[in-house]
Write a new protein. Structure first.
Length: 216
């Protein structure tokens, strides 16, 4: 009998773990609230990885970032090339972070920006019909603002800073294909020199809201 209980408990914990992993996979639309006029982007999330792509990917770009490792790549569908993004070149104006516990999101935010003691919980709020926890802190570029962490997704779904703001809308929970976060097999690595075969003169875009001004 005890062995059966242990087995049932193990199966229950495994099921809960799978549900948690599923809850952290979703797609959404990234909408810029300020400055106005910026084109929306499609967002896909799985675990610590997030993918941004313009509405018309054939004329735009795709950026995939691992927010835990601060690594990623930018892909250009127009010429089927990609460039790896080094940590110092990844500029996340919106502090996308993925706390293990939405009630204790500050450690994840402070780890992302490498600035301890800059985050504080500001209270509970409802954002686009979803329960969230509001935090105050700073982005990688030094902009002070607020982030709303979705209680179920354990992800930031809204950011409001001094010069920019954005939020995720039309969130659809569900498994995301692993291929979304991988370099397409038929893409070639871009040359560092623009104008060379497979090269590109485009600079890595800043994901999230428009660039913010750093605090002095």
């Amino acid at each position: 009998m005890p062995n059966r209980r242990v087995l049932l408990l193990s199966l229950l914990l495994l099921a809960l773990g799978n549900l948690n992993a599923l809850a952290q996979q979703f797609s959404a639309e990234l909408v810029h609230l300020k400055p106005e006029g910026a084109a929306p982007a499609k967002v896909f999330v799985s675990g610590d990885k997030i993918r941004f792509e313009t509405e018309n990917a054939q004329q735009g770009f795709i950026v995939v970032v691992d927010v835990k490792q601060l690594t990623g790549f930018m892909a250009l569908p127009e010429n089927q090339t990609y460039s790896e993004l080094q940590p110092q070149r990844i500029s996340l104006a919106m502090p996308f972070f993925h706390p293990a516990d939405p009630e204790n999101g500050c450690p994840a935010w402070e780890e992302l920006v490498h600035k301890k003691g800059t985050c504080a919980k500001a209270g509970d709020e409802t954002t686009n019909g979803r329960p969230t926890i509001k935090y105050k802190g700073v982005a990688l570029n030094g902009d002070t603002g607020y982030a709303w962490v979705d209680r179920k997704l354990n992800w930031v779904i809204k950011w409001e800073g001094q010069a920019g703001a954005a939020e995720l809308r039309n969130i659809e929970e569900g498994p995301q294909s692993a291929s979304l976060f991988e370099v397409p097999k038929d893409y070639a690595k871009a040359s560092r020199q623009s104008g060379q075969p497979g090269g590109s003169s485009k600079k890595p875009p800043k994901t999230g809201p428009a660039p913010q001004k750093s605090q002095q």
